[in-house]
Design a protein around this ligand. Structure first.
Ligand code: XMP
Length: 315
């Protein structure tokens, strides 16, 4: 385990060497990029500016939460609404790697525009070790192209700076705690967002359903954690499957979609164990998902697969 105070001091020195003038910061509001952003702010002050991209693929309430935190942190930042660009890039795309590539490319294009406006070619990102290891950066196979690693086009003018590149998640959390970031134990959320939580083709409608289902899973599991019924999972979320199934609504037959719920325990996301959630929590999630998405979703499944062989996210 690293010493967070020493790590931050050294990262500040490295950033000052890597960024001669100004830099943009790719800020998603997650622990990794927020830690990178606060370190860049300490290193460079007003020469660093964060950009938070509203991709249209975020969870319920996320834009407001991130905006409120950045306001209170003193970091200079912009929120860019780029949902139209992301949905245009993803419309009808079903292949997981293609989704990741398109999301990555759309992010980079947005950052290029913002970098031009700010007058820099540097981009600080919160990439951590598992991101590039699982993107095939080590001697392994590409498991998934993490959007923040695989998406940089060869012709991009941006030069990426990654102050957390060698850290694992537990180490980033220690750094985040040291920096005063709220709730450093909160669950990770993938950069491609809800695009990889709708398996099969992406559309605004399917993303909306995935957003509602994810919010329900988070609320119900948070409630069970607060009541002391279960330990807090590493990650807990819902995935909209590319399936249709028959259900009944009143006296009518419905042919609706299917949601899978996942809750896993893990130390560093490299391996994970499916959690043994109480039946009552699962029943409440199934009841709410099929009621609040009535007519759209008719069936809720629980995923009991560990990583390996499955990954944590479905795509
Ligand atoms: P998997 O699904 O590969 O995920 O077992 C391992 C961890 O990484 C998160 N994840 C991502 N994080 N960009 C990220 O920053 C991404 O593209 C990405 N894809 C997956 C995932 O949620 C889990 O915590």
């Amino acid at each position: 385990m690293i010493d967070p105070e020493r790590f931050v001091a050294e990262a500040i020195e490295r950033l000052r060497a890597d960024v001669p003038d100004k830099t943009l910061i790719a800020a998603s509001g997650g622990i990794d990029s927020t830690a990178a952003a606060l370190i860049a702010e300490r290193a460079l002050g007003p020469r660093a500016r964060a950009v938070f991209v509203d991709t249209g693929l975020l969870r319920a309430g996320e834009v407001d939460r991130v905006r409120a935190f950045f306001r209170s942190s003193g970091l200079a930042f912009d929120v860019v609404d780029a949902a139209d660009r992301f949905f245009a890039a993803l419309e009808g795309v079903a292949d997981p790697e293609e989704k990741r590539r398109r999301v990555g490319a759309a992010f980079i294009r947005v950052f290029e525009v913002e970098a031009d406006r700010f007058g820099t070619d540097r981009l600080v990102q919160g990439t951590i070790a598992p991101d590039w290891i699982e993107s095939g950066g080590g001697s392994r196979d590409t498991i998934k192209t993490h959007h923040n690693v695989g998406g940089l086009p060869a012709d991009s003018r941006l030069r990426v700076v990654e102050p957390l590149r060698d850290l694992y998640k537990d180490e980033v959390r220690a750094v985040a705690r040291h920096l005063g970031i709220p709730d450093p134990e909160r669950q990770p959320f993938p950069g491609p967002g809800l695009a990889v939580r709708v398996t099969g083709p992406v559309s605004r409608d399917r993303v909306r359903r995935a957003r509602v289902a994810n919010a329900i899973v988070e609320e119900e599991i948070d409630r069970a954690v607060a009541a002391g019924a279960i330990p807090r999972p590493w990650q807990y979320f819902a995935v909209l499957l590319p399936l249709r199934s028959v259900g009944v609504l009143g006296d009518n037959r419905v042919h609706g979609e299917v949601v899978s719920v996942r809750a896993v325990e893990s130390i560093d996301a490299m391996t994970a164990t499916a959690m043994d959630l109480p039946r009552s929590v699962l029943a409440r999630i199934a009841e709410r998902v099929t009621r609040e998405l009535s007519g759209d979703v008719v069936r809720v499944l629980y995923d009991v697969t560990d990583k390996p062989p499955a990954t944590i996210e479905w795509e």
